[in-house]
Design a protein. Structure first.
Length: 132
């Protein structure tokens, strides 16, 4: 059975507080829209079964109630989480980020840092060329 999130976690989810250790990303990242999906489970139905679905039909999914849900970003597995109880809103409590996503984030941060250093060097070269 999963533990319910504590007050601090729920406040962070619904209250909009930034998590500790969150670092600023390059400006263009903030404007990029990504699709974030939380998949509760799935079931395969035949083409003959789908038209038979009616209001009130129950489709049993492949996960138990206390199983973690899959988190996807732009259709790519990103991690797992839980659905905490909230004030009339759905939310996701992220429990684990997939290791490949943590590595990708670290690589992107390094790449961004290198790009900023290169831009800084390019600007100083431009300044010295104009002073001849």
């Amino acid at each position: 059975m999963s533990a319910q999130p504590d007050e601090t976690q729920i406040e962070a989810l619904f209250g909009g507080e930034e998590s500790a250790g969150e670092e600023a990303a390059p400006g263009w990242v903030h404007d990029t829209m990504l699709r974030f999906d939380a998949e509760l489970g799935s079931e395969r139905l035949t083409a003959d079964e789908v038209p038979g679905l009616r209001d009130g039909a129950v489709v049993v999914l492949d996960r138990a109630v206390d199983d973690p849900i899959e988190l996807l970003v732009n259709g790519t597995p990103y991690g797992t989480g839980r659905l905490p109880l909230g004030d009339d809103e759905w939310a996701v409590l992220i429990e684990e980020i997939a290791p490949q996503n943590e590595e990708a984030a670290a690589e992107a941060d390094e790449s961004s840092q290198e790009e900023m250093e290169t831009d800084s060097v390019d600007e100083s070269v431009d300044d010295t060329e104009g002073s001849d």
